[in-house]
Every structure is written in C-alpha cells, then in structure tokens.
Design a protein around this ligand. Structure first.
Ligand code: ADP
Ligand code: MG
Length: 302
C-alpha cells in the first residue's frame, strides 16, 4: 500500500477507523484519512467500493458502527445532517437532489435559510412556531434578513454564469441534468460551508461541462473551501487533489499523492481486477479502466 503523505497545515477532518456494516457486507471497513483546511482530497474506487456510504457517514446521513469522524478535533459521528451543516459541512448527492417544483432561486434560498436558522442563537432551531414568533416580533429585521439572503443566493447563482442566471425563476425540473446538478452545488454553497463534499459532480456531464465543473471546483478551492470529492474522471482528480484516497470493497487500498496513487499496482488491480468480473459487485470495469488511464479516457467520455 502507498503510504499516506504527511499533511501540511491543520487538520479540519480526521476520520479514524470508520466502519459501516450492512447485514453481511462491510461497506466501509476501518477507514482512516484526514483532510487539511483548504485542501481538496479525492476519494476514488470502483462502483460499490463504499465511497457514497463514506460520505453518508461524514455528513450525518448515516451513523458509523465503529470509529470517529473528527471535525476540528471533535467527534461528530452520529450528529444530524442539519447540525453538521451548521458546523460548516455541506454535500451534494451522487444522483442529484433538487426540489423540482421550486425555482432555481428558491432551491438555493433553502440552503441560505438553513444557515440562518442555525446561526441564530437563542431561537428554537426548528419548528413552524419559531418562524411565526419571529415574523410577529421582528418583521423589519426579518425583511432585511430575507433581502440579504436573496442577494446572497443570487450572487452564488451568478457563479454559474449563463448556465443558471437566466433560469433563476424557472422550476428546477425544467432544467437540463447538468444544470440541476449545478443548482444542487449552488444550494450547498448557500450554506456557506467550510467543507464541501461532492459526490460525482460530473457524472452524466459531457467534456465541456466537465471542464467547466473543474474550473468551478478550482475556484472554490482558491477561495479557501475545503473539498472532499468523489470522482471517476481521473484527469479531474489529478488536477484538483492534494491527496487521493482509494477504496475497494470498503477498504482503503492506497492513499497519497495523485501521481503515486495512480501508478500503485493495488489501484490498477482494483480497477482491472478479475475478481469483479462476473461477480456480484456492481462494477463497470470498462468505465473504470477508461477513466483510470487518461490517455484512453478521452475516447470514452460519458
Ligand atoms: P460507491 O459509492 O463506492 O459506488 P456505495 O457506498 O454506494 O459504493 O456502496 C458500497 C456497498 O454498500 C455496496 O455493495 C452497496 O450495495 C452497499 N450499500 C450501500 N448502502 C446500503 C444500504 N443502505 N443497505 C445495504 N447495502 C448498502
Ligand atoms: Mg457512490
């Protein structure tokens, strides 16, 4: 196994021996890794390797059977997604989740609203009653808050340029798949997170859309955002990541610098390995192979 290189800078996320079992299956098997502040770390591995499950464990959507998820030194394993969002952890989903009947702007405002709810100390965190109370007691303040949130949401949408700005008032269901994925990222950004977890943000995107996404992630990184990225397109991973973590069958099989990991025999075996062929694991070996080697990836873009 490639040894993980030492991180420079301070650690924002420290994952220690995290394990998740589903019946007989160990989806995530005692995984260790850390992410320094402002760094982009990628998680790669064949389909079924445990990447999305790992994201669920890091964002409060699922609870590890064992291990710790340390955010700024504190174990946050098992706390709710809302509380984790309030602590600055935002995510997107592999299959994209937007509210189809809401406009692009309203989808993004939902992210902004959740931030406000949790940021306001002294007020009940959830519940319609607190909303009503606030509306009665502080209408002027509330209006100003709403305006600020809207301006913030619009500024975030503007980051996506002509892709989203002209469609701000359209229902999300009317958008292209790529644009719906952009809306989801915009909503996550409206939480003003410290750390953003992106689960296959370019899945289903063509080459130019993928290049745009690469540029956006690079910009977010240069803004200082800490990013954890699940991605199959290896050229993207190589260009963005300080470190790469490779999972296979729930286990960390390699971790380290992108170039080192890419040439690791265990990683190549995981993508090319015969054990998956005809087996139960939902592995698309062709895609894995194509994307592991960027020299042939161009010919087979999804
Ligand atoms: P990846 O994102 O790397 O493709 P996943 O994390 O989605 O992999 O899945 C890892 C393994 O865990 C797969 O074998 C998958 O079928 C299984 N798995 C994921 N979620 C559940 C669940 N809720 N119940 C049972 N098995 C699950
Ligand atoms: Mg997945």
């Amino acid at each position: 196994m490639t040894q993980a290189t030492t991180h420079s800078g301070d650690i924002l996320l420290d994952v220690r021996r995290v394990t998740r079992r589903f019946d007989g299956l160990i989806a995530v098997d005692s995984v260790n890794f850390s992410v320094a502040r402002g760094e982009c770390v990628s998680v790669i591995g064949p389909n079924g390797a445990g990447k999305s499950t790992l994201f669920n464990l890091l964002t409060g959507m699922d609870v590890p059977d064992e291990g710790e998820v340390r955010l700024d030194g504190e174990n946050v394993a098992g706390i709710s997604p809302e509380r984790l969002a309030a602590r600055g952890v935002a995510r997107t989903f592999q299959h994209g989740r937007v509210f189809g009947n809401l406009s692009v702007l309203d989808n993004v405002l939902i992210g902004a609203h959740s931030r406000l709810k949790f940021a306001r100390p002294g007020w009940p965190v959830v519940g319609a009653f607190s909303e009503v109370l606030r509306a009665l007691m502080r209408p002027a303040t509330l209006r100003r808050e709403e305006e600020a949130l809207r301006a913030d949401a619009e500024a975030i949408i503007a980051r996506f340029g002509t892709r989203l700005t002209p469609r701000m008032d359209q229902p999300a269901h009317s958008l292209s798949y790529a644009n719906r994925r952009r809306v989801e990222i915009a909503r996550a950004l409206a939480l003003r997170p410290r750390m953003l977890l992106l689960d296959e943000p370019t899945a289903g995107m063509n080459e130019s859309e993928t290049a745009e996404m690469l540029e956006l992630i690079a910009e977010l990184k240069s803004d200082g955002l800490t990013i954890l990225l699940i991605e199959h397109k290896l050229d993207l991973v190589m260009r963005l990541s300080a470190h790469v973590l490779v999972l296979d069958n729930g286990r960390k099989i390699a971790a380290g610098l992108p170039d080192v990991v890419r040439n690791d025999p265990a990683v190549i075996e995981a993508y090319l390995g015969h054990r998956h062929v005809g087996g139960k694991a939902p592995v698309s070996n062709d895609a894995g192979v194509a994307r592991l080697d960027p020299s042939i990836a161009g010919a087979q873009h999804a």
